[in-house]
Design a protein. Structure first.
Length: 247
């Protein structure tokens, strides 16, 4: 009880540093009681210069969480010697794109695919084990102008506006070093894989943002089906992402 009173007083009247420490202490206790682990306080990824630089650019920009964005940065930097363009399926406001562009060691061209009308209509493959569908057509829609404005500082990007797979033939003659698929649903994930796999060079990477999400069973199913029997293996990450290295 005394600790709780002291903690409340610290949060109310302490210095900014003391307040942060007290708040973090409370969060850590709640996390521990839930059987989870709060590990970020001793991890170095959030202090990497390219992450810090990108973080300064994305204030107010909606998109995937920071740890997932850092995974994209790290993957891109690990294949700096691999030649090829970058494709992103599912841009929204350009948050993940900004993180990638800021960290990429190569001067690659970025091809950005989005309808900006939100998600397409889910299929039966998007039902979870209880029969529930977590998305509806139009969810996650955004204004195309917002994405263009957020990415206006880069001259090596091309927007392909429309639905997957309709917009994909525009890059049929390209080769890709990195493909980021963040479309949440079974059919566009399947179609993106079918198109980009053969165009991804050896040593390149394909990342699925939604693989580990209970809300996106269709994306996981599409990846599992596509890579079943292929020589590549799917590496699942605790961020909810999955990555494949092209062999």
């Amino acid at each position: 009880m005394f600790r709780s009173i002291k903690e409340k007083l610290t949060i109310a009247f302490g210095s900014e540093q003391e307040k942060r420490q007290a708040r973090r202490g409370r969060v850590k206790r709640h996390v521990k009681r839930a059987g989870l682990h709060l590990y970020q306080d001793h991890m170095l990824w959030s202090s990497q210069p390219y992450y810090v630089k990108a973080k300064g650019r994305v204030k107010g920009v909606q998109g995937i969480p920071d740890p997932r964005c850092f995974v994209l940065q790290s993957c891109l930097r690990s294949i700096s010697e691999v030649q090829g363009d970058v494709a992103e399926c599912g841009v929204r406001q350009g948050r993940s794109t900004l993180f990638m562009l800021t960290a990429d060691l190569g001067k690659r061209h970025y091809h950005l695919f989005d309808s900006f009308e939100g998600l397409s209509k889910p299929s039966e493959e998007d039902r979870d084990g209880k029969g529930n569908v977590h998305w509806a057509a139009g969810d996650l829609g955004t204004d195309e102008a917002v994405a263009r404005k957020n990415l206006s500082g880069f001259d090596h990007i091309t927007f392909h506006v429309g639905w997957i797979p309709d917009t994909l033939p525009a890059v049929a003659d390209k080769k890709f070093a990195f493909v980021h698929i963040d479309v949440d649903l079974y059919e566009p994930t399947r179609d993106a894989l079918a198109f980009f796999y053969e165009r991804t060079v050896k040593g390149g990477m394909i990342v699925c943002d939604d693989y580990g999400s209970a809300k996106c069973p269709g994306a996981r199913k599409a990846f599992d089906e596509f890579f079943s029997g292929r020589k590549e293996t799917i590496i699942e990450l605790p961020t909810g992402q999955a990555l494949v290295s092209k062999r």
